[in-house]
Design a protein around this ligand. Sequence first.
Ligand code: 16G
Length: 195
Amino acid sequence: MSSNKEEQELYLYDPSLLLKLDFYRSPAKFNPPITCVAPGEPWLKVRPLKSGDYRRGFLQILSQLTSIGEISEVQFLNRFAEMRAKGDYYVTVIEDLRKNKIIGSATLVIERKFIHSCGNRAHLEDVVVDDTYRGKQLGKLIVVTVTCLAEYLGCYKMSLECKDKLIAFYRSIGYVDEPGNSNSMTLRYDKQANL
Ligand code: 16G
């Protein structure tokens, strides 16, 4: 990708938001300490999704999570533009700058409500980190980044659905099963059983 093209790229949301997050508010412990601004290696970058990330393997990384289907660059850009116009989608990625590749992603979606004084509820979605980058705390880093972002943006709570094997991970960074209120139910229209 030419640098001219890179300059024309759009961010999904304002990248300066990531400079304002206070990682010390999270119960997550990082050893060694890292944050979204200082992710532990000079070649790692945490940032909002960009319009050019189709060519940086963004969909390939998501395919480590679930089925992606055939998505053209035009379809990607149309969905990107819809999310950007809505303003409630905070798809956040980790890039390996050496390879110009997306290696991790997590999405914060904000749902506007009438309850809780017209409050906003945060949803954690589509968390994935390339498993060849294990041991760099990147799963924790990307989840804590969007978790702190939701709090910064004034959400009253953040919730998620996950596989059983990930419960311990989410507990370790502050997510809890609320007694009597932690069930998740699904009705599938796509009839896919990718569980
Ligand atoms: C997990 C994800 C969810 C994702 C779903 C895909 C997290 C915290 N949860 O539940 O966001 O959309 O998997 O599975 O990342 P599906 O293809 O069966 O909907």
